[in-house]
Design a protein around this ligand. Structure first.
Ligand SMILES: Cc1cc2nc3c(=O)[nH]c(=O)nc-3n(C[C@H](O)[C@H](O)[C@H](O)COP(=O)(O)O)c2cc1C
Length: 187
């Protein structure tokens, strides 16, 4: 059974360079399933049952997307709003995601040193991703250290190759249960 589900979201994939390269790595990594949200739901009409079934079949879920206004593209929010149902993902009897790992792989235009108190974006990436980390906590999931490509609009092809190799390693660690976590899954 594949273990890692990459839920991918990029509203302008034809213009993507970084996520296109990362996605090719995800597709080539053993034990990883790639699911492209904008390709599957260009009209935003999400099939909740299909999505829940996919989640149930995997042990780790990576949401891969470009960082847009310090968050994700809109379809990721719609997906979270609809798919993580009460009594399925959380609340009474809502234990379908319990014990799984949630993670995010983002590309950000801003350089790494912009994402700190002294930098232009003030907040760290982890702070900005807090709603996702807390979503994982509420659903009884662990939350892995994010994979973040910085300076995404100014990466040369040699650097991009390095990022794709590191992404493959990061996905493999998630698959093998050895990825560093920001939040451990409850026992
Ligand atoms: C609508 C929009 C919002 C963006 N917001 C941010 C942001 O908040 N922080 C950031 O570092 N980069 C931001 N960017 C830059 C993108 O993250 C960057 O272009 C993207 O990661 C490049 O990846 P790609 O080659 O796969 O498109 C934004 C870009 C767009 C189009």
């Amino acid at each position: 059974m594949p273990k890692v589900l990459v839920v991918f979201a990029h509203p302008a994939f034809h213009r993507s360079r970084v996520n296109r390269a990362l996605l090719a790595t995800a597709k080539a990594t053993a034990g990883v399933t790639v699911h492209d949200l904008y390709e599957t739901y260009p009209d935003f009409l999400i099939d909740v049952r299909d999505e829940q079934k996919l989640l149930e079949e995997h042990e780790a879920v990576v949401i891969q997307h470009p960082f847009f206004w310090y968050s994700s593209p809109a379809l990721v929010k719609e997906w979270l709003d609809l798919v993580l149902e009460y009594r399925w993902a959380y609340g009474e009897g809502g234990d379908k995601l319990r014990g799984k790992i949630l993670a995010q792989a983002i590309s950000a235009g801003g350089p790494e040193d912009a994402y700190r108190r002294e930098g232009s974006n003030f907040f760290t990436v982890r702070e900005l991703l807090a709603p996702y980390e807390q979503t994982a906590r509420l659903c009884g999931m662990g939350y892995a250290e994010a994979f973040a490509v910085h300076g995404a609009n100014h990466i040369d092809s040699a650097e991009l190759t390095g990022w794709t190799q590191r992404y493959g390693d990061w996905l493999s660690a998630l698959r093998d249960g050895s990825a560093p976590l920001w939040l451990a899954a409850p026992h």
